[in-house]
Design a binder for this molecule. Structure first.
Ligand SMILES: C[S@@+](CC[C@H](N)C(=O)[O-])C[C@H]1O[C@@H](n2cnc3c(N)ncnc32)[C@H](O)[C@@H]1O
Length: 172
């Protein structure tokens, strides 16, 4: 009994340490996990006039909240997330809510993802990372694709609309 408890506590602390380590690594090497408030996500969705035939991509999808909120209104929602724990957590949420047909999070660097099928792309990224990402968006996104950046402005696209709450909308 005591042995089982010790093993359980040991495994839990290893998992928690790995989770903390993965969060600190993304803090140093990319945008850290800071989530977008649900109220803002709702504003983003009405701002983009999301439609049933839209494919949504979230670059650095965190805990998958943008995908989960978007999925009732779109055809497909794809997230790219580098933190394995956040990927696992989002995919558990997606599965338990019965949304696996329409939503999925891939554990990969968004720089290696193909963005061509996206019709609405969300990003919440560090300003220092934006120029490189903007080059990729410019190269891969099709005309008419909407880009929603939270908190930070893009420089390679013309701003279509913005809100006081920090939502910036661009149309390729
Ligand atoms: C600011 S959070 C945004 C989370 C979510 N999109 C939201 O708005 O609630 C940025 C996320 O990007 C992830 N990330 C950082 N660099 C990445 C990369 N190169 N490829 C994929 N995900 C990355 C981080 O792990 C973090 O979860």
């Amino acid at each position: 009994m005591y042995l089982a408890l010790h093993v359980f506590l040991l495994l839990t602390s290893i998992l928690l340490s790995l989770f903390a380590l993965s969060l600190s690594l993304t803090f140093f090497f990319g945008p850290p996990f800071v989530f977008t408030p649900k109220k803002i996500i709702k504003q983003m969705l009405s701002f983009t006039s999301v439609k049933k035939n839209d494919t949504i991509i979230d670059l650095g999808s965190g805990d998958g909240r943008i995908l989960l909120e978007s999925v009732p209104y779109c055809k497909k929602a794809i997230g790219y997330e580098i933190n394995f724990f956040l990927v696992a957590w989002s995919n558990i949420l997606i599965k338990t809510k019965g949304l696996s047909e329409k939503a999925h999070v891939k554990c990969m660097n968004y720089n290696d993802a193909s963005l061509r099928e996206g019709t609405i792309v969300f990003l919440y990224n560090l300003p220092s990372r934006l120029p490189q990402l903007e080059k990729k968006l410019r190269k891969e996104l099709r005309p008419g694709t909407k880009i929603v950046s939270y908190k930070f402005k893009l420089s390679a696209f013309t701003l279509a609309r913005k809100t006081k709450s920090g939502i910036y909308l661009y149309i390729v």
